[in-house]
Design a protein around this ligand. Structure first.
Ligand code: SER
Length: 316
């Protein structure tokens, strides 16, 4: 029987993945943790604890006491925020991962680890269109450097200690349940909220900045599919490219206008423009398709209909 620890259950991914895991493995077997209080649907449906992944002593006690067999480590400082506190972000992103990898090496009961990487591992010298799984990687953001280093460590722990760690390079993730915090792709979440609240949005990226994106249900499905795959099928132990859709602010604004006809957008690029300009525009996911059947359902139109409908309900 699996007993799953989710670290970062209050975040954008964790708030949805935790509930999905509870559906699959039973509420009482999914231990939600975060450094901040979780939403009611998390605390009402199963165990929730305040836990700091940086506190390795408490972490190991927790894992042993609750007989944890799988860990989803979702806590991180995202790209925009990391540029404001580079050394702290490096410390948090790296040390937390090392704590988890060491734990997995030491505690025999732990069978599997999930750790998210990002399109931020790529940099200005990477081919920007249909970026392959294996390519030039020279990230120039703190977040990207920490994710690339993390990928290298994951592969190292698999090769050296047989730690079954699995990872995905998420594109920008779009969802209506929990807003992201401090990322560069977050504009594509904010824009829906502002369209419904105020019918206008000031975008911190320029109109033509195309980035790879994915709707949360596709990201959750990909994560579960990867974690459910046979270990022998997982040929990539750094992190897998996956791909949903690609669009720029101008295109998402046009799509939103179909639902909110008087929506207006204006542009005031800030420091995050340089981050976006260093990232790919689209991603090749052939290797994930080959190894564990990665698939994805939503395009910009289909996602926008759901986003608008759900945010309208939420704000009503
Ligand atoms: N969405 C993330 C960010 O913008 C990229 O992984 O930081």
């Amino acid at each position: 029987m699996e007993r799953i620890l989710v670290i970062g259950c209050s975040g954008q991914i964790g708030s949805e993945l935790t509930l999905q895991l509870r559906n699959m493995y039973g509420n009482e077997n999914v231990f939600a943790t975060d450094i901040r209080q979780a939403a009611k649907d998390i605390t009402d449906t199963g165990p929730f604890y305040i836990l700091d992944v940086m506190d390795e002593k408490r972490l190991i006690h927790f894992v042993i006491r609750h007989k944890i067999t799988q860990i989803y480590h979702l806590a991180a400082v995202l790209s925009g925020n990391a540029e404001k506190i580079p050394l702290q972000a490096w410390d948090i992103n790296m040390q937390s991962l090392m704590n988890i990898l060491e734990l997995a090496r030491e505690v025999e009961d732990i069978r599997k680890i999930f750790w998210p990487s990002s399109i931020a591992v790529f940099g200005p010298t990477t081919p920007r269109v249909n970026t392959p799984q294996i390519t030039v990687m020279e990230p120039n953001t703190v977040y990207g450097i920490s994710k690339l280093a993390g990928e290298r460590w994951c592969e190292y722990y698999f090769n050296k200690y047989k730690v079954d760690v699995r990872s995905i390079r998420y594109p920008g993730l779009i969802s209506y349940k929990t807003e992201a915090g401090g990322g560069t792709t977050d504009y594509a979440v904010e824009i829906y909220y502002e369209a419904i609240r105020k019918r206008k949005y000031q975008c911190f990226l320029s109109p033509e900045t195309t980035l790879p994106m994915m709707f949360m249900p596709d990201a959750i499905k990909a994560t579960i599919d990867l974690m459910e795959a046979e270990a022998s099928d997982i040929k990539v132990r750094s992190s897998y490219n996956i791909s949903g859709m690609s669009f720029c602010p101008k295109e998402i604004a046009t799509e939103i206008k179909r639902h909110v006809p008087d929506f207006e957008i204006n542009y005031k690029p800030d420091f995050r423009q340089a981050i976006a300009d260093s990232w790919p525009q689209s991603i090749n996911a052939d290797v994930a398709v080959r190894d564990w059947n990665f698939s994805c359902e939503y395009d910009l139109g289909k996602m926008s209909s759901v986003m608008i409908r759900e945010i309208r309900k939420k704000l009503a």
